[in-house]
Design a protein around this ligand. Sequence first.
Ligand SMILES: Cc1cc2nc3c(=O)[nH]c(=O)nc-3n(C[C@H](O)[C@H](O)[C@H](O)COP(=O)(O)OP(=O)(O)OC[C@H]3O[C@@H](n4cnc5c(N)ncnc54)[C@H](O)[C@@H]3O)c2cc1C
Length: 451
Amino acid sequence: MNNSTNARVLVIGAGLAGSEAAMYLARNGVRVVLVEGKTLKLNPAQKIPNFAELVCTNSLKSLDPNSAHGLLKAEMKSMGSFIIESAQKHAVPAGDALAVDRELFSAEVTRSLSSHPNIQVVELEANDPMKLKAQFNCDFVIVATGPLTTKSLEDWILKEISGDDFYFYDAIAPVVDADSLDLSKMYFKDRHKDIEAGGDYLNSPMTKEEYYAFVEELSNAEKVAPKDFEDWKFFESCLPIDLMAERGKDTARFSCMKPIGLEPDINGKWPYAVVQLRKENLLGSAYNLVGFQTRLTYKEQVRVFRMIPGFAEASFIHLGSCHRNSFLNARKLLDNDLKTKKFPELYFAGQITGVEGYTESASIGLYVAFQILRRIKGLEAISFPVETAIGALVNYIMTIEKPCPSNINFGLLPSVELTKEQRKQDRKKVKKELVSKRAQDVFQSFYSALV
Ligand SMILES: Cc1cc2nc3c(=O)[nH]c(=O)nc-3n(C[C@H](O)[C@H](O)[C@H](O)COP(=O)(O)OP(=O)(O)OC[C@H]3O[C@@H](n4cnc5c(N)ncnc54)[C@H](O)[C@@H]3O)c2cc1C
């Protein structure tokens, strides 16, 4: 391998993650070959030939340090994030959020990368990263080709890296904040276990009337239509809950809402159907609605899911969705520094690793570039503490059993115990402040010890 001054890294994809990774390495004296295919052919979501295109909203979400998104940005800034720096140069007024003029932002990213003396930009659709690595005489390669990775590269990934552990559609179930639930209407019980034994699953039982009213609303609610380039094909074992409702009014009751093994309920009654909630983190501050992946619009999800007993005041950490998205089973295929187990010089970064969102993808580009730079310097890979936002994101993709892309949210960070006094205050607010403060302190001492 080359030493740090003449090491070369091939970055495939100049989106949010690839642009971030390329600039981090270049600014640290590493020579980068940046390969991007969109200048030859735009994909159906892209409109401009520039790098780091924001294909939908122009918002990179909150800057508030007491929000999970704000924490993530603060950590990225400490690491010298080029994406956040460019976004702040072209910010437009958006309250607490970092929203940008998307054209100026992408133009800035393109100009800065293309004019950097350590970066060579190559217009090319990559289809074999290891061959390209050899062709460009690089030591490492980062694949950061995003949710709409081109077909030829997907074929290579399937054949060489992932086999069945590569996914093309995303069906995400909503996650609800535990503090917003009325637990008096729910009960803990695992299937086929005694209610006295408690359980990991939180169940919300429905009467016959409640169930049919719920299914009717699911069927009638407004849904998001697939985009022109999407052709949703769902696994029979992972159907959206609203599609089940359309198939028949009893379908969900014989699938994820079946009450089998959960009777009797908290009142000693036999529920007609049950919504099961699974903990998103060890302390149970957030719950996933099991089997509730959905095509409903966000507004309709809030309206319809608040019909579930105990959900009248529910606050959702994130809502469900279905969309085209190529992503790996990181836990099976990658090491903690996101290099592949099969080819130790090949890394993945960005949304393709199983995170979701502009900022999250950029942060994973930064994380991978940071790990590669350490390696070039002869240092070991290092895990970020799970109490930090970046550490929590990486921990999530590396531990989730059934991969399901996620934005950064407080449910991914370990929760905190509140004192008696704190419990009397606005618990949600206090918890967020404590988790944020801890994240900032942990990141500061972790990162300052390294640089
Ligand atoms: C329709 C749609 C709407 C979205 N809406 C939002 C939203 O509102 N908010 C949000 O935060 N996120 C949204 N996302 C997700 C967001 O786009 C991603 O999180 C983010 O762009 C991922 O960053 P990335 O760097 O991993 O991939 P990308 O930003 O997609 O970058 C990948 C780059 O790789 C290039 N590429 C692909 N294949 C090849 C190849 N074979 N050879 C060379 N180059 C290649 C692409 O042209 C692209 O430039 C949306 C995604 C889609 C598809």
